[in-house]
Design a protein around this ligand. Structure first.
Ligand SMILES: C[S@@+](CC[C@H](N)C(=O)[O-])C[C@H]1O[C@@H](n2cnc3c(N)ncnc32)[C@H](O)[C@@H]1O
Length: 222
């Protein structure tokens, strides 16, 4: 099974709207390829326009599993009009609200990976409340407030299978480096402190943790 995307998939990733740099994308792909060996689905929280989904989709295709991606498609706080991460092209002109679903669908179609992805459109905690089966990988890249990041962890991390991977994006230990808050860093600290996960790798702001035990919820830190 390949541990890196082929040139076409990498080109689709680079062409997609989104925020993930290539080195972090390659680390995400390697994690997804490894976790896919468990024969269970890969799940992402935070689809946006499908940049990282392309990588999960291709790793899922290679492993013969499905990639799931959760988003309400209305954008995070920092992506709303007036904020640094706002892209006016993501606004539905009829409603005047962000809607990244059409762009996401174009991204996947252009990458030829639609058949390997199930998009779950809704708020992460609502979808998580309906979920009950094990996952090979959970990639947390949704809302960056403490409320959202904590809900993503509590809702999805318990579903990571033993030996599966929890991947957290935008982990910034130093407040000087953070752009959207340190909630993902606090979730990362909580995961490690729980004793249920051990760190596998760090690439940029991407942390890969392996599920090694029970007790995911652990103490809520900070
Ligand atoms: C940082 S972007 C994801 C970036 C994407 N992974 C990429 O590589 O381009 C965060 C996304 O999370 C979504 N989001 C934020 N809070 C959410 C929530 N509570 N439930 C579902 N989606 C949420 C936003 O709509 C936004 O599209």
């Amino acid at each position: 099974m390949p541990t890196a995307p082929g040139p076409d998939v990498l080109a689709a990733f680079e062409a997609a709207k989104g925020f993930m740099p290539v080195d972090e994308g390659l680390a995400l792909y390697a994690a997804a390829a490894e976790a896919g060996r468990l024969g269970l689905p890969l799940l992402e929280i935070g689809t946006y326009c499908g940049r990282s989904t392309v990588l999960l989709a291709d790793a899922a295709r290679a492993a013969g599993v499905t990639a799931l991606t959760v988003d309400h498609h209305r954008g995070s706080e920092e992506q709303q009009p007036g904020w640094d991460y706002h892209d006016p092209e993501t606004v539905d002109p009829e409603l005047g609200l962000m809607d990244t679903l059409p762009t996401f669908r174009r991204t996947l179609h252009r990458a030829g990976l639609e058949d390997h992805v199930v998009a779950l459109v809704g708020r992460s905690p609502r979808v998580a409340a309906l979920w009950s089966s094990p996952l090979a990988l959970v990639f947390v890249d949704g809302g960056h407030t403490d409320e959202h990041a904590t809900a993503d962890y509590e809702g999805w991390a318990p579903h990571v299978a033993e030996g599966g991977l929890l991947v957290i994006h935008d982990v910034f230990p130093d407040p000087v480096d953070e752009f959207t808050g340190q909630a993902p860093y606090r979730v990362y600290l909580r995961a490690v402190a729980s004793g249920a996960f051990s760190e596998v790798s760090a690439t940029g702001s991407l942390r890969v943790l392996r599920r090694t035990g029970a007790g995911v919820r652990g103490p809520a830190l900070g």
